[in-house]
Design a protein around this ligand. Structure first.
Ligand code: SF4
Ligand code: SF4
Length: 73
């Protein structure tokens, strides 16, 4: 499992960190959001649902990115 943030879409609003039960451990938000503590994530996907710009890409399994978004360049 991994979480990516699309930096083109992220507006740095901090809602992902606010809603996350472990926000202080998992998220760092400046101009854009960064995942700094993925090991604390329990995959509730609240952050994904709360993000106003759909910037959070939540991938449950290796290979999901290619499956849903096409090949990375
Ligand atoms: S909620 Fe979405 S737009 Fe806001 S800081 Fe988090 S990733 Fe960026
Ligand atoms: S999936 Fe849940 S625990 Fe994981 S970063 Fe998002 S809100 Fe936090």
């Amino acid at each position: 499992m991994t979480i990516d943030v699309d930096e083109e879409k992220c507006i740095g609003c901090g809602k992902c960190k606010e809603i996350c039960p472990k926000g202080g451990y998992i998220w760092k938000v400046d101009d854009v959001a960064h995942v700094i503590g993925l090991e604390f994530c329990h995959a509730c996907t609240l952050c994904v649902m709360k993000c106003p710009t759909d910037a959070i890409i939540f991938l449950r399994r290796p290979g999901d990115y290619e499956k849903y978004y096409g090949q990375k360049d």
